[in-house]
Design a protein around this ligand. Structure first.
Ligand SMILES: Cc1ncc(COP(=O)(O)O)c(C=O)c1O
Ligand SMILES: [Zn+2]
Length: 440
């Protein structure tokens, strides 16, 4: 049952999408291999993620000269309305569109929120409307395609909540067995959401960092594709599509300043990389996009290091925040986030639980977008950045809303009043109305 759709498609291909491959560069040439971010040692395209020489993280290398010659606005526009329109800039051999609308989410002008924050040109990249309601569908689409290319039959992850349902659902679409590991205090809604797809879920008595450590040990024993481990270099590339779409939706131009929530930090680094790549291959004009980050006060290792001017991250041992999706105490890409944010003249700000809830309510009541707690973190951080003048009133600003509010209803419930209860009669309703008018 699980692989019905995948079985109907040629391996790694979907109908209607061959055009982009013909137009673009062939994968064998455009993807050159992996390279260590620290010592620049090169590696072939394999399911590996750490440098043997210096333990630095590995990153995908592309032939940008070839891409500059072959990828155009038109070739992209001929692709599907999903992340796969940027296939040439992703490390997947064959077009892996399973017919799902992953990505190409709305970039919405946010004039009301902008007015509330004193910003004249604010936009929301609304990734709460992906198939499993978070941006994780992007990274997982790339990772699951790559897992199939490498010949794995099992797809696994350590998750703070959103990755769980993205992996579970993608497993169904591409025909891979799935194993999902989560901290035991993950929101019930996110656990149920992953279970419904039939994934094998394992709740671990510990924090996300404990779960991640356990997964590294499991990955040594089992030949599985782990999003956060052996296929991480490919997985993380999926987040670049948030920058690609933002630029395309702005008429092939980068914004001035972006605000991005941080857990492991991968998303922020890849959004920055996405804008860089578009400039490098000549698809957008050169511009120094400013990059700012957002964390929760109960799990703020990057914000703390930024504020104190440290180069290294001091891990948070026991994260304690309602923004559980961002609760990574020892962020793998924290060091790179610090570097990027400093180089790009941004800042990292943090939000308390009350500020997160206020951010969620402000976004919902000004723009009609219901974000999960991570969105509340992003809006609350943006509010602080705007107040401090770090985000300037006249900048074109994009705030990334990465998950849907229905995933974290329990977090907002205590701050909302229950609705009035009336009898099913006009008299009862009229009584309610006049009571309300008297109070107002
Ligand atoms: C909703 C949401 N936003 C943002 C992030 C941050 O992603 P990253 O770990 O790439 O920093 C996560 C991570 O789980 C998330 O679930
Ligand atoms: Zn190295």
């Amino acid at each position: 049952m699980a692989s019905t759709l995948a079985a109907a498609l040629p391996h790694g291909h979907a109908d209607g999408n061959t055009k982009a491959t013909e137009d673009g560069a062939s994968a064998g040439k455009r993807v050159l291999g992996l390279r260590c971010r620290e010592c620049r040692q090169e590696y072939p395209i394999e399911p590996i993620h750490v440098c043997d020489f210096c333990f630095g993280p590995l990153e995908v290398r592309y032939d940008y000269e070839l891409l500059a010659r072959t990828v155009t606005h038109e070739s992209i526009a001929r692709g599907p309305l999903s992340i796969w329109r940027y296939h040439d800039l992703l490390p997947v051999e064959h077009l892996a569109d399973t017919g799902w609308r992953v990505g190409f989410t709305p970039l919405q002008p946010a004039p009301n929120l902008g007015q509330a924050l004193g910003l004249r040109d604010l936009w929301i990249k609304n990734d709460s409307v992906n198939p499993t309601f978070s941006f994780k569908d992007r990274v997982v689409a790339v990772a699951s395609a790559k897992a199939r290319e490498f010949g794995f039959d099992t797809f696994a992850c350590a998750s703070t909540g959103n990755l769980a349902s993205a992996v579970a659902a993608a497993g169904i679409r591409v025909g891979l067995k799935t194993f999902v590991f989560l901290p035991w205090d993950t929101e019930q809604s996110k656990i149920l959401n992953a279970l419904v797809y039939g994934a094998t879920l394992v709740a671990v008595k510990g924090t996300y960092d404990d779960v991640n450590r356990l997964c590294s040990e499991i990955a040594d024993q089992h030949r599985w594709a782990f999003c956060n481990i052996n296929v991480r270099p490919y997985y993380s590339e999926g987040s670049k599509t948030l920058a690609f779409e933002t630029a395309e939706q702005l008429g092939w131009e980068a914004p001035d300043h972006v605000v991005v929530p941080i857990a492991s930090g991968s998303l922020l680094t890849k959004i920055a990389k996405g804008f860089d790549e578009l400039q490098q291959i000549g698809l957008i004009p050169q511009k120094g996009v400013r990059v700012s980050g957002a964390q929760a006060t109960g799990c703020n290792p990057v914000a703390e290091a930024f504020e104190k001017g440290w180069d290294a991250i001091k891990p948070v041992q026991r994260p304690d925040t309602i923004a559980k999706s961002l609760a990574i105490g020892n962020p793998a890409d924290g060091y790179y986030v610090l570097r990027i944010v400093r180089e790009r003249e941004g800042a990292v700000r943090q939000a308390t639980n009350d500020e997160i809830l206020e951010g969620m309510r402000l976004l919902a009541s000004t723009e009609g977008v219901f974000a999960e707690t991570a969105g509340g973190v992003a809006v609350a951080a943006l509010q602080k950045l705007a107040r401090e003048g770090i985000v300037r009133p006249d900048e074109r600003v994009v705030v990334y809303i990465t998950g849907n509010g229905l995933k974290t209803l329990d977090a907002v419930a205590p701050s909302l009043s229950p609705p009035p209860l009336v009898e099913p009669t006009l008299a009862s309703f009229d009584a309610f109305l006049s009571q309300r008018e008297t109070r107002a």
